[in-house]
Design a protein around this ligand. Structure first.
Ligand SMILES: C[S@@+](CC[C@H](N)C(=O)[O-])C[C@H]1O[C@@H](n2cnc3c(N)ncnc32)[C@H](O)[C@@H]1O
Length: 336
């Protein structure tokens, strides 16, 4: 892919790579907090859905004023509406939540880990889960493609490995009404909350949630005893394979393990970030530098498009559909 290059070339022949400004650094940080606060108030969802939003408390007033002066909202009296830039931020708010809230505890440890080779990831799991579901939700056509592939096939059982708050599974259950779903995640608190949520939404009969590790290169996990493994026909995993592959001997090794757990798999759906680096952050698509730096800190490898493609081919999977979301986020539907 082509990365942008707005390098400054001086008359003496030297060059400077594009830099971030002080405003990007200082005010961008504050704007991130305001965007998450507004999300917690439900403003972005309402504004994108055309639901009127009114400012009614002094703290809401501070947030609305900041976001208005940042150019993301327009204020008409006590009523808010989105600017063009605000609409873009509202749609991408999941990325803001993951970085500002979800990953912040890891970045915070950098100073004290100066002598360390890496900083083990310390996340706020609920914020990572919610941010990721918002990222998935903003491109409904990609989920619709996955749901369409499930619905067009014989009904089966789809398992989401690293399902977080089961947001993606819940959305898919509406698109493939005859499919059964299982979600597994290592965070027991996230699974406990999601289980209550699925029941409240009347989805408990169609979606079973389990706690445990889906790292297939470790010992066989006990949660598999609760699953009819022969019945599982589709395995999917979003934004987790890169991490499991780093810890577990590569992409093919992890996928091969899942294929052994579920011998009748006929479809695999993988969504993940692709490694895209450049000499300066401003030459990369936004979020790419953050994604790259976060993983460099935690010692998790990122994998190139070619490495994913080679692993899929090695295991006999054929790419049926490939959807690029944000430049660096790719969802692949594979069948055999
Ligand atoms: C970046 S989030 C992606 C969440 C979700 N798949 C999505 O895209 O919306 C990664 C998820 O994997 C979970 N996770 C991390 N390591 C895991 C493991 N070994 N087994 C199962 N889940 C794991 C985390 O708790 C988190 O919910």
């Amino acid at each position: 892919m082509t990365l942008t290059d707005s390098t400054t070339r001086h008359t003496d022949g030297t060059t400077e790579l594009p830099a971030m400004s002080m405003r990007d650094i200082v005010d961008g940080h504050t704007a991130g907090h305001l965007v998450v606060a507004a999300d917690d108030y439900g403003w972005w969802t309402d504004l994108l859905d055309g639901v009127p939003v009114h400012v009614s408390t002094p703290m809401e007033d501070v947030v609305a004023d900041g976001l208005t002066r940042a150019g993301l909202l327009i204020r008409e009296g006590e009523t808010l509406r989105l600017t063009v830039a605000g609409r873009d931020v509202a749609a991408h708010r999941g990325f803001v939540r993951v970085t500002v809230r979800g990953w912040e505890p890891t970045f915070r440890r950098l100073a004290s880990a100066r002598e360390a080779d890496r900083v083990p990831a310390a996340t706020e799991p609920d914020n990572v889960a919610r941010g990721c579901t918002d990222i998935a939700r903003r491109r409904p056509e990609i989920l619709a493609a996955v749901g369409g592939a499930l619905a067009a096939d014989e009904p089966g059982v789809t398992i989401d490995l690293g399902c977080a708050d089961a947001g993606r599974v819940a959305l898919l259950s509406a698109l493939a009404p005859h499919e059964q779903f299982i979600g597994v995640d290592i965070e027991d608190g996230v699974i406990a909350d999601a289980t209550v949520d699925m029941a409240a939404r009347g989805l408990a009969q169609r979606i079973s949630l389990l706690t445990g590790s889906v790292q297939s290169t470790d010992d066989r996990p006990s949660w598999l005893d609760e699953v009819d493994c022969d019945a599982v026909t589709t395995a999917m995993s979003f934004f987790l394979l890169h991490q499991l592959a780093s810890d577990g001997g590569g992409i093919a090794a992890v996928l091969r393990g899942w294929m052994e757990w579920f011998p009748n798999l006929r479809r695999v759906v993988i969504g993940d970030g692709i490694r895209l680096t450049a000499p300066s952050w401003t030459q990369q698509p936004w979020f790419s530098p953050t994604y790259e730096i976060y993983h460099a800190i935690t010692g998790v490898r990122l994998w190139s498009d070619e490495e994913y493609t080679a692993a899929f081919a090695e295991l006999g999977w054929t790419v049926r559909q490939r959807h690029s979301d944000h430049t660096m986020l790719v969802t692949t539907i594979l069948e055999r």
